[in-house]
Design a protein around this ligand. Structure first.
Ligand code: M5T
Ligand code: MG
Length: 592
């Protein structure tokens, strides 16, 4: 099995990489037609751009110097025409390029989301939600910037650059060569600054990812923060993270601000060279005044592509780093895979067997050590044990949120890893400690697992679990909107909803991770009743905290340090007076 356990956000510095680039281009490929049309407009726009100084040359040499004012009007008309063509083609070029880039980004974001949904728990264990979100926002926007303007700009800059060089050479090669002497300086400055600017930009992206993740954490944890008056400490922590981002941005901006005028200064030097040497050529009658003017026009056009190209290089670097992060997610294979010859279970009896199951989250320290257990169909099994013993881990494996490292887990005699996802999910239902309520209506939250369920079915399970009562008191009943994470519902109400949700799904095997003390006594009784209805006739694994659940269980498994240390019904275990006995007495003491 291939697993990575390193820090997933540590991405090595990587300059331009052909494979990465080609792969990125793969996302643009479906839009090559509109990209081609954009390219044609760009070509027209670049060529009309190049025509400017040439027109100026003819205006001076053929009309202004011979004092032909009438002809001058004609050339002004031609020039205006060229300008109009330039505007129109620039408009379509920009519009189509942007559209294409946005379409490619849309597809990529969609794909990223799709993949994120199937990734395994282990992937999310090692990552902060904020960092993942930053891949969707910052990294995708870096890619967008590059795809939208980057690619076409490179081509257009190259055309303008080559065109300018050729036109200059054709007009007067000596003057052209003199002008070109500044080129190595521009190239050197660009190369010298490039790596620094890149590093600075990478810093800005890393630090904004930190800002996002800290923000995300503080928003989801705001209740805990306020309950423990951690506001000041958190503020200081956030200030540090925020400041790092601020400093990274300032540094990047400073470098860029240094770099831009350097090229401008070189371009002014270029113009001075042209005037100095060109004027001598004019005096020596080797070139006309028009040519000198055209040269001056081209000198400025000559440096801006160089400067832009080095900028594009920066955005290419950003895109490389961003695509690497995005592809890293896309390339993470889901660890939990559906078997190729997946078995469909038609009639589930609900028999579960663990044989010598060993498991660890990090690949090093085992959390479960050769656990073996057998549950008959319909048996109620309670898992108890000290905190951190491995109870949740056992049910995580049974639900196949993780795969065991060794040993086998079977359902009705079939390895759960060979079951189709559909069969497994239909057979095994999970009611978690902290019920997640999604933004949407109450009804939507109940039908979560089986969207096809009708109104009557929803109401039936709600009545059975006792949730109907509070739901019908809500302003819009089943159509009431509940907020993310169920802020408006009480803990007990959330659990009733979770029970109704599970009852509707009707799994043969039920996994319950009981909440310790989140509800008061009266709703405790309501939840207890709902659970009894839900557990009826199913094989149940309950991570038990309620004494009643433990006492009513057919069998209790006592887990300690990743092993089953005691096993049997309540009376038997009490009689042994070992770990279970002590745990039970402790629990009773707490209730007093
Ligand atoms: C058993 C570790 C945990 C503990 C051991 C869920 C989870 C657990 N662990 C991880 O490293 N990553 C995880 O995602 O595994 O933990 P558990 O199975 O959650 O214990 P429990 O359910 O018996 O404890 P509790 O407190 O819920 O009663 O060492 O660090
Ligand atoms: Mg637990």
């Amino acid at each position: 099995m291939r697993r990575h356990f390193g820090d997933p956000d540590e991405i090595p510095v990587k300059p331009f990489e052909r494979g990465l680039f080609l792969r990125l281009m793969g996302y643009v490929k479906p839009f090559r037609k509109s990209l081609f049309i954009a390219g044609v407009f760009m070509l027209v726009s670049s060529l009309t751009d190049l025509a400017g100084p040439l027109v100026l040359r003819y205006a001076i040499d053929s009309y202004i110097i011979p004092r032909n004012i009438l002809g001058l009007w004609q050339i002004i008309f031609v020039y205006c025409l060229i300008l109009v063509i330039n505007w129109v083609s620039t408009y379509y070029n920009t519009y189509l390029a942007t559209l294409t880039g946005q379409k490619a980004m849309f597809a990529l974001r969609q794909k990223l989301f799709e993949h994120l949904q199937v990734l395994s728990f282990r992937f999310f264990d090692r990552r902060k939600a904020g960092k993942i979100m930053s891949r969707f926002t910052n990294d995708i926007s870096a890619l967008n910037q590059f795809l939208t303007s980057g690619i076409l700009d490179v081509v257009s800059d190259l055309i303008v650059l080559c065109g300018t060089i050729l036109l200059m050479l054709s007009m007067n090669w000596k003057l052209a060569l003199v002008t070109f002497t500044t080129l190595p300086f521009v190239a050197l400055t660009a190369a010298g600054m490039r790596s620094k600017v890149q590093a600075a930009y990478r810093d800005t992206r890393n630090t904004i990812a930190d800002v996002n993740s800290s923000l995300q954490e503080n928003i989801s944890g705001v209740r805990v923060v306020q309950a423990f008056s951690r506001e000041k400490v958190n503020m200081a922590g956030f200030e540090q993270i925020n400041r790092r981002n601020f400093q990274a941005n300032v540094k990047a901006a400073t470098l860029l601000a240094l770099f831009m005028p350097m090229v401008d200064i070189l371009s002014v030097l270029g113009s001075i060279l042209v005037i100095w040497y060109g004027a001598r050529l004019v005096v020596a009658h080797q070139i006309t005044v028009g040519i000198l003017a055209a040269f001056l026009g081209y000198v400025t056009r000559f440096y801006s592509p160089v400067r832009d190209l080095s900028q594009v290089w920066g955005s290419l670097q950003a895109a490389m780093a961003a695509s690497e992060r995005v592809f890293e997610i896309l390339d993470t294979p889901p660890e939990i895979l559906e078997s190729l010859d997946a078995v469909e279970l038609t009639e589930v009896r609900g028999e579960v067997e663990f044989r010598e199951v060993t498991f660890s989250y990090d690949g090093e320290s085992p959390v479960l050590d050769r656990v073996s257990l057998h549950a008959r169909p319909g048996e109620k099994i309670a898992l108890v044990g000290p905190t951190g013993a491995g109870k949740t881990s056992i049910i995580n494996l049974l639900a196949r949120f993780y795969d065991a490292d060794a040993g086998s887990i079977t359902l009705d005699g079939t390895e759960i890893s060979r079951l189709s996802f559909k069969s497994l999910r239909a057979a095994v239902g999970v009611v978690l400690q902290d019920t997640f309520i999604f933004a949407g209506t109450v009804r939507e939250n109940i039908v979560f697992g089986c969207p096809a369920a009708g109104v009557e079915a929803v109401e039936r399970v709600a009545r059975l679990t006792g949730a109907h009562e509070f739901i019908s008191r809500l302003p819009k009943g089943y159509e009431t909107q509940v907020m993310e994470r169920g802020v408006k519902l009480s803990a007990g109400q959330r659990q009733l909803l979770a029970c109704a949700r599970a009852l509707l799904a009707d799994p043969r095997i039920l996994i319950l991770d009981e909440a310790t003390s989140s509800v008061d006594v009266s709703s405790e009784q309501a939840v207890q009743r709902a659970l009894e209805v839900l557990m009826e006739g199913r094989t149940c694994f309950t991570v038990a905290h309620r004494l009643s659940t433990v006492r009513n269980a057919d069998r209790i498994l006592v887990i300690a340090e990743g092993k089953i240390v005691e096993e049997g019904p309540h009376r038997e275990l009490m009689a042994r007076k070992e770990l279970y006995f002590r745990l039970y007495l402790n629990q009773l003491k707490e209730l007093d």
